[in-house]
Write a protein that binds this ligand. Structure first.
Ligand code: SIN
Length: 292
């Protein structure tokens, strides 16, 4: 049976049928999946009870899978490529309670932002806990031409994802400090495969390189609000055993915390590494808030 794509919304997302991602995948079939990935940006493989090994094996078709060295606290003890997203450890006083609950593109705070992310839903609440996606190509294209010209010349500073402090030697302390610098990236990205331009902005962006704090805050706020308009969005309502794959190079996402904590929300995540990009930002910092 040929691979088929059923669009999930007008602007992005498609459900894929006609392939079993738990089995070895022929090159031509993989090519079709990749075409769908580039066209729809978010792909759903509904009701696919993958094992952790199968989840990792499927993820590897899209590139090198991160082994979560920077996220050891939440990686699976045996399958290091799997990050555990769970409602269990989260309370409202936990600083990580709302991790993922801000619009973002994965690992944008680093100098190697993620290419793709794959989630596998193990337990989902009966109501709420959806994940929303924004089409950042459309967000860029919908800006006026003068505004497109302005943002194309700017770099944004992304905060978050601190590596653990290791001050055991002066060299290690210096390396940790370097790794924990925020990263700066062009506000407009050119997708390496489709060639289309997209906005690279989100809740982890706290300033624009070279701007005064008030200019920066106003522009960041405008662009974040702009990109989160309903006309650019797909909202994924999880079903148990869904596998969702998305392209971080042209989408933003947000995990919603609007569900009853009496119900577990357990999701396995793998992250496919992207290309090295941007630079560690060591200029003046306006943002003094908590880790994002
Ligand atoms: C993520 O940001 O990778 C997770 C989103 C979610 O939990 O829905």
């Amino acid at each position: 049976m040929a691979v088929q794509f059923r669009p999930l919304s007008f602007v992005l997302g498609a459900e894929v049928t006609g392939v079993d991602i738990r089995k070895p995948i022929a090159t031509d079939v993989l090519g079709e999946i990749n075409q769908g990935f580039l066209q729809y940006s978010v792909l759903l493989f509904r009701g696919t009870p993958v094992t952790r090994a199968e989840h990792i094996a499927f993820s590897r078709h899209f590139g090198e899978v991160d082994n979560n060295d920077r996220a050891q606290r939440i990686r699976h003890p045996e399958y290091h490529e799997i990050q555990i997203i769970t409602s269990k450890i989260k309370t409202t006083t936990d600083p990580n309670a709302f991790a993922g609950q801000v619009w973002h593109s994965d690992q944008s705070y680093s100098t190697q932002p993620a290419k793709a992310t794959l989630l596998h839903a193990l337990d989902v609440p009966p109501i709420g806990g959806d994940t929303m996606f924004a089409n950042m190509y459309l967000a860029f294209e919908a800006l006026s031409e003068p505004m497109q010209k302005i943002v194309e010349g700017l770099h944004a500073v992304h905060f978050g994802g601190k590596a653990r402090l290791d001050n055991s030697t002066p060299e290690r302390a210096a390396e940790t400090a370097r790794q924990n610098l925020p990263s700066a990236h062009p506000l407009v990205q050119v997708h390496p495969e489709t060639g289309r331009k997209s906005l690279f902005i989100g809740g982890k962006v706290k300033q624009i390189v070279g701007m005064h704090p008030d200019e920066s805050a106003t522009l960041v706020q405008f662009l974040c609000n702009h990109a989160a308009q309903p006309r650019f969005l797909y909202r994924h309502q999880w079903q148990k055993e869904d596998v969702l794959l998305w392209d971080n190079r042209c989408t933003n996402h947000i995990g919603l915390g609007d569900y009853d904590r009496a119900y577990p929300r357990n999701i396995d995540r793998t992250t496919v590494k992207g290309l090295p990009a941007g630079y560690a930002y060591s200029g003046p910092v306006h943002y003094q808030g908590p880790r994002l």
